[in-house]
Ligand binder design. Structure first.
Ligand code: DHB
Length: 309
């Protein structure tokens, strides 16, 4: 009932982790790989190991989460070795997330992937909001265009981009126009809603240490924004560019809504962090229940078919 194809690989369901959650170590990745998730993505890797921001840097709230992790990761080689090893063992579809700390590092990372034997998908993260002093690439339209133009002079493997949320129709138009120039496999919307502030009222204090308490929001807070971004890009992007919907998935109904807006796959971050990998068994069951109630037998029955009035 939940089967779906991505790059000609049949997945048991459209669910994945969102990069950053439960994907830092090979142990966590192994747990994802053997979970009910249809696919998984690695923690966004930079060229070198990074410690990340000081703790506390992630906090669960009643309606979601706030984080300012600061890209802690084990470096590209760690994750590239992992996916290559799994590929040699027969793994079919994997997602390797990367971002550079500079323009040149972005190019160097992607060249390394291009030159490696890795045949899976690369998720190029243009939207990390948590590194002090580093604006998100994807909020700079000109830079995004320039970077993608250079990437596609040499990169021929499947690649998608992870985007931050946009809040203005003109920005949807402008970004979609840029993305449509390139042979992207997919667009992933959205990364965390950047730089919110959550307060512990009793203590009259922020809850995370980096950046005076500012951090990316996830969870229930962000579902309407995530759905708007999925819908806006599905309406504007070339049909060849798939969409991964991320943001605000708490239950099966939320997944249904993402797919109704046009998502091909759906990623889960905050709720995976709260519940662990067993969340995928719960969510697949709940999604099937919603579909049964509505009389749908496959995802294609309702994907992208949101009605307007
Ligand atoms: C981090 C957060 C993000 O939203 C992202 O896209 C990449 C990294 C982080 O703080 O580690």
């Amino acid at each position: 009932m939940l089967k779906t194809n991505f790059l000609d690989v049949e997945l048991s369901n459209p669910l994945m982790n969102a990069s950053g959650v439960h994907c830092m170590t090979t142990k966590e990745l192994d747990e994802l790989a053997t979970s009910e998730a249809g696919a998984f993505v690695t923690k966004t890797a930079t060229r070198d190991y990074r410690e990340g921001n000081p703790e506390p840097r992630y906090y669960d709230t009643a309606l979601g989460s706030i984080n300012s992790m600061g890209l802690p990761n084990n470096g590209l080689d760690y994750y590239l070795d992992y996916v290559i090893e799994r590929q040699r063992a027969g793994a079919k579809l994997q997602f390797l997330s990367v971002t550079g700390m500079s323009y040149d590092e972005n190019i160097a990372l992607l060249k390394k992937i291009q030159e490696s034997e890795y045949e899976g998908v690369t998720e190029f993260n243009l939207s990390c909001p948590n590194v002090p002093g580093k604006p998100q690439i994807a909020y700079d339209f000109e830079l995004t265009d320039k970077l993608l133009a250079e990437v596609f002079t040499f990169f021929t493997k499947p690649i998608g981009v992870k985007l931050p949320p946009y809040f203005d129709i003109a920005h949807f138009d402008e970004m979609a126009k840029i993305l449509n120039k390139y042979p992207l496999t997919y667009v992933n919307s959205v990364n965390s809603v950047g730089n919110g502030l959550y307060i512990d009222l009793d203590k009259e204090q922020v809850v995370i240490k980096p950046k005076g308490g500012f951090g990316g929001l996830g969870g229930e807070y962000i579902k309407p924004t995530a759905l708007a971004n999925v819908r806006a890009f599905r309406e504007r992007l070339n049909p060849s560019i798939k969409i991964i919907g991320t943001g605000g998935v708490i239950n099966g109904k939320d997944i249904f809504e993402h797919i109704l807006c046009g998502a091909d796959l759906v990623q889960v971050g905050t709720t995976l962090h709260k519940e662990g990998v067993s969340v995928f068994a719960r969510l697949t069951k709940e999604l099937q229940e919603v579909m049964k109630e509505k009389g749908y037998s496959s995802l294609d029955d309702f994907r992208g078919k949101l009605k307007v009035i």
